[in-house]
Design a protein. Sequence first.
Length: 615
Amino acid sequence: MAADWYFGAAKGTARLFGASQRFRKSENATASEKMRQAILLTGLGIEPWEVALLSYAVAGMAAAIILPVSIIALLFSGIELFPAGFGVLLLASVVPLVILAFLAEYPKRLAERVKVQSLGKMPDAVNYMVMSMRNAPSLDRAVAFAADNIDEPLAAALRRVLWDVYMRKYPSIEESFLAFAQEWGAWNDDFKRSLFAVRAGEMEGSRDGLQRALDKAAEIVLSGTKRRMEGFAASLSGPTFVLFTLGILLPMMLGALLPMASMGGLALGPWEMVVLLDIVFPAATLAFAQNILGKRPGTSPPHGITRGMSSTGRRTVLAVSLASGVGLAALALPQLTGTPGGAASFLGFVPLLWAVAIPAGIYLTFTSRESMNELARMRKLEEEFPDALFQLGSRIGEGMPVEAALAKASETMKGTEVAALFERIAFALRLTRSTLDDVLFGKNGILAHHPSRTVTASMKMVVEMVKKDSTAAGQAVVGISHYLKDLRKLDSDIRLQLGSVMDTMRTTAMFFAPMVMGVTAALFTVLSTVTQGIDLGGAGQLGLSVAVKESVPAPIFTLIIGVYLLLTVGIIMFFTSGIRNGPDVVQRRYEIGTALPVAMAVFSLATFAGQMVIG
């Protein structure tokens, strides 16, 4: 959950450099409470003095390397000391300070990110507590059940509620629970109020009073989460517009202007273009995209899909990808060896771009395909599950045995994923004559390794509820179905709000940007062919003779533009997938894998078509 690289770097630096006892005591004593809370919340497992030592050591090493190298480079490059040399030295001096600030403040930024990502887990945490309390009004059981079924860091925080009681930090579970509510409620008042409602439910003397308190707890946290997500969706337009401008429009306009600028003697050299288009713009776009994604609250629990292509299959796909990459790169050999002719002259370095996009697309798409199919089935099951639980709860409430209720619900929802699951459970109950708990969660249970936490946690509660009277169990299962339906609606509403902006960015990255970049590359190629060595009027007397060929050869320009395009498409797909699906690696890999070949195909077609039309 926490940044493992930071933990490893801090511990490694502490072992390498050590620290005096005075330094440790001083840094630990002067550390702010916010830093202590950040380290505790993120689970980094380090002390404040290790944070300080890491930031000082890395910044010092960076200064010891960057400054001398910059001075030596200035002495041998012949660059004038002012203003260019002064700017280089100033930049070299600022870099260590930036590293110092980044490492020293990283735990706090990580803590803020963890808080935001935990927002979507809070309704699940309250839901699991409510489910447990409906079954048995025991706060410690409710906390343990929620901790077992949600993701970090809330799971660790809830386990700490129980652990603090065991270690006698608090005399009772109620006091430890209220302390947890105050700690997490300091930045989310809705979550705190819902936890107070759960605590109040335990104190109710009647069943009706308990139900009212639990319903209130669920409603408070759900409505609060929905408000925050709607606020995030509303605030996304500004940062997304900046990202869209920075990552696509500005570089696209710059690339479109380069051919005309070169005719005025203002052409950039190849290294300047590489730094600007292939390093500065992509790095800034990625950093800004990461910053926006860090503010996205989670809306659904992460899946546990582990099924995918076998290791043999992955090696086969990797071999095919590498072979296709080598074959495509070979098409650029005439250009690389300086003996272009015919088709080789026409293709230029474009095959090198294919040699990156096509193999990456093949590997990412084919290695994610099985996981994507499993993910689609799981999401369909979760969409159908609330209605199925309603059917199941109604049958149980009528006094029907669980086996018969499962079979009846399966028959009612025939043809769906959840019907197949219920039918499988009912068949296993008839065949083995085991308990529902063993059939579902035994050693080889049907749901023992199921990827959906929503399904497994809900069925765990059904197992506990059916052990009591059928009427109460049926009502409780129906209540769970209503709550799950509310969560599904919240998730779909948020996806709908974010969808239009994300679709625009994806379409631009995959089609519009490659088309403009391709036409730009074609225009540059044509201009370099027809104007090389020609002076425009008296421009030569002013030192402004045409410098297209001398500045950047057309094939190199196309390669630079193509590399920028590949990087931008990858970053935009990474961003849009993260906004719509959260930290879903399977979906992200698949979308990037499908987008890269499409964007490169559009770019190639636009380049070749532009050369034929303009030429």
